[in-house]
Design a protein around this ligand. Structure first.
Ligand code: XMP
Ligand code: MG
Length: 191
């Protein structure tokens, strides 16, 4: 396990360490800023709560080292309930606070799994006439895709297993872990 991470008894194994996340986040921020150096009005980051909260905070800070300027917006949508499989039905729990028309939008996502949520979200955002919409996702499960969604920036492709940590939860737990890992099977059995 990476230095600075802590062991949690419910975690079977860590798949992406804290250090790997830090390095990848810096890399993604560098790419995004290089590609958008001339974005008029700067970037508008749209974080999809709650899972992307850690990534948003770290990505925005990493982006701040390079510019362009970045404003932050938060949305909350739900497609999972409290379990581990996508229902495909997306509900808005918290909408954008302002108009995104004419803005260069970067959706900051934790993980693209089936792609159902993101595909819905892209249509929703595009209907509000932004200048551009692109996605940065820290994780993607290529073997789980049901709807192909163009994700310009991807951190890590990971196996098709349910993961927790670094914002990702199982029944609202484990978001605080600084790494991403897989739960021991007994954890599901006792919930
Ligand atoms: P979809 O399937 O629509 O995923 O691409 C939508 C959202 O579901 C969450 N998600 C996960 N959360 N472990 C989690 O804790 C996972 O393995 C996982 N896969 C998907 C996540 O918020 C994603 O944006
Ligand atoms: Mg998400």
């Amino acid at each position: 396990m990476a230095e600075g991470s802590w062991y949690h008894a419910d975690i079977d194994r860590v798949i992406i360490s804290e250090e790997q996340i830090r390095e990848k986040t810096a890399e993604l921020a560098k790419q995004v800023s290089a590609d958008h150096a001339d974005a008029e009005g700067g970037l508008l980051l749209v974080c999809v709560l709650k899972g992307a909260v850690m990534f948003m905070a770290d990505f925005a800070r990493a982006l701040g080292r390079h510019g362009p300027s970045a404003e932050m917006e938060f949305m909350a949508v739900s497609s999972y309930g409290s379990g581990t499989t996508s229902s495909g039905v997306v509900r808005i729990l918290k909408d954008l606070d302002r108009d995104i028309a004419g803005r260069h939008v970067i959706v900051v996502e934790d993980i693209v799994d089936s792609g159902l949520t993101l595909s819905w979200l892209m249509k929703y955002l595009q209907s509000r006439s932004p200048a551009s919409v692109e996605v940065v996702a820290l994780f993607r499960k290529p073997d789980a895709v049901k709807v192909p969604v163009p994700v310009r920036y991807v951190g890590f492709d990971i196996p098709n297993e349910f993961v927790v940590g670094y914002g990702l939860d199982f029944a609202e737990r484990y978001r605080e872990l600084p790494y991403v890992g897989i739960l021991r099977p007994e954890v599901y059995a006792r919930s």
